[in-house]
Design a protein around this ligand. Sequence first.
Ligand SMILES: [Zn+2]
Length: 267
Amino acid sequence: MRGWWREIAGLVLPVICGGCGRPRTELCATCAHALAGAPPRRVRPAPEPAGLPVVHAAAPYADAVRELLLAHKERGTLALAGPLGFALAGAVTAAARPGAGPGDGPLLLVPVPSSRSSVRARGHDPTRRIALAAAARLRRSGRPARVVPVLRQRRYVADQAGLGARGRLANLSGALEVVPGGARLLTAGRVVLVDDLMTTGASLAEAARALGAVRRPFIPGIPHGSPAGSAQRGIEQRVAAVIASSPASFEINRNSSETWIVAGGER
Ligand SMILES: [Zn+2]
């Protein structure tokens, strides 16, 4: 019931920029630049949760970018899905660039699922909507891509807002699973986990764990357990893309001589 209301309201309410409130546009040039004007960057939260994929983000989560994400997610400004999808597509491209990890074929965007209660409360699934816009954008630019929503919540998860890094990890641990039959869909290309926002990284780490926990379907001609086989199956890749991440997570050159210890031995 909420969908039709928003479509009609959009026709009669005065249109303002979701980032700064400037009139007569859903997104002004200044806010568009803040969202997607800079090349996407590798981001790392501190502390970094075990099993976190290699994450690329389009923009720091602050000011106009924060307002744009909230306008889309909480206030249902659905026209922003296009620009947000554009920004996410850039981060996906950075995450899946040649040499950034194993795998080939079409890009398979796997959204981190929202809880059913929040989808109900908001009247839409913002991450999935943005992922669909990102995949469409990638296809228009000549890169085969589709959304493969194979993750779901397997138990109740409390609202993450107000929880610290430790609390979020505990809240989410074991919370996600791959839907029946989903594993096979993940073999068709290069998997990129996608979300609108990374805060502590707990959601993406749990999503990566759930993808890794899935039983690998047998594919003729690819030896089980071989690195090449894993890459071709597209299951064991650990790359993710988000629109926004905390400004601090962008400061990855904290100490160039530092040895990063990441579970799974990646990088
Ligand atoms: Zn603006």
